[in-house]
Write a protein that binds this ligand. Structure first.
Ligand code: DX5
Ligand code: ZN
Length: 223
């Protein structure tokens, strides 16, 4: 379980939007391998964040993986434009796709990695037939829509079950966990079987470079 590379994915939702480019560069240089980009449409979740033009404008600031979390109804509508804007990995919510298999296929055909996200209350059973098709599963550890919420502890059980299932099936699928992660629980989330951790307020609330270094050390360090 622990031989899998652990990655920190700072969420730009908590960054200073007035200097997004610089902030991306700061966390990338401090050891973040993924940049987590939360796109919200005001329908799937109440908030509206940003879209393709903003993503395209920060693309030149780093070569790190742009991990785009689509909190958007029928995200397949934007897959091609997201690729053009610079997305490397497109993660869509199971709850937001009427034809999930088609949407995942579409993302892969465009040359991006494909992820599927589950809300906290969504059961792992919905993954039964799609798991072999995806590169990553994102388990939400808060209800999506806002940063700075409290981590839902039952997510740990869900992560353990999913990692077990992935191993049993001999698949190579990343598990990402998103919401309420910080220095107090990051290690626990990794020990449960996750290997990509999203953190918004824990990174950008304060010294982003220092927070990134500390979290990277915590999740990649020896237990
Ligand atoms: C929530 C977003 C998260 C959020 C995480 O809807 O998907 O990525 O920014 O923020 P924190 O780490 O502050 O919970
Ligand atoms: Zn997110």
């Amino acid at each position: 379980m622990m031989e899998r590379k652990c990655i920190l994915a700072p969420s730009l939702l908590a960054a200073d939007f007035g200097r997004l480019g610089e902030q991306v560069q700061t966390v990338a240089q401090a050891g973040a391998e993924y940049i987590h980009i939360d796109v919200m449409d005001g329908m799937f979740v109440p908030s509206i964040s940003f879209g393709m033009p903003v993503i395209a404008s920060i693309r030149p600031w780093t070569d790190k993986v742009f991990d785009v979390h689509m909190m958007v109804e029928e995200p397949g509508r934007y897959a091609a434009d997201m690729k053009k804007a610079g997305a490397d990995l497109l993660c869509v919510h199971q709850e937001a796709c009427r034809h999930l298999d088609r949407t995942i296929q579409q993302i892969k055909d465009l040359g991006m990695k494909a992820g599927v996200a589950l809300n906290p209350a969504t059961s792992l059973e919905v993954l039964d037939y799609i798991l072999p098709q995806v590169d990553m599963v994102l388990l939400m550890s808060v209800n999506p829509g806002f940063g700075g919420q409290k981590f839902l502890p039952y997510t740990l059980t869900k992560v353990r079950k999913l990692r077990e299932r992935i191993l049993q099936q001999g698949l190579d699928v990343d598990i990402q966990v998103d919401g309420g992660i910080g220095p107090g629980n990051a290690r626990q989330v990794v020990e449960a079987g996750a290997n990509i951790l999203v953190a918004g307020s824990a990174v950008f609330g304060g010294d982003a470079a220092e927070n990134t270094r500390r979290l990277v050390e915590l999740i990649t360090g020896e237990s």
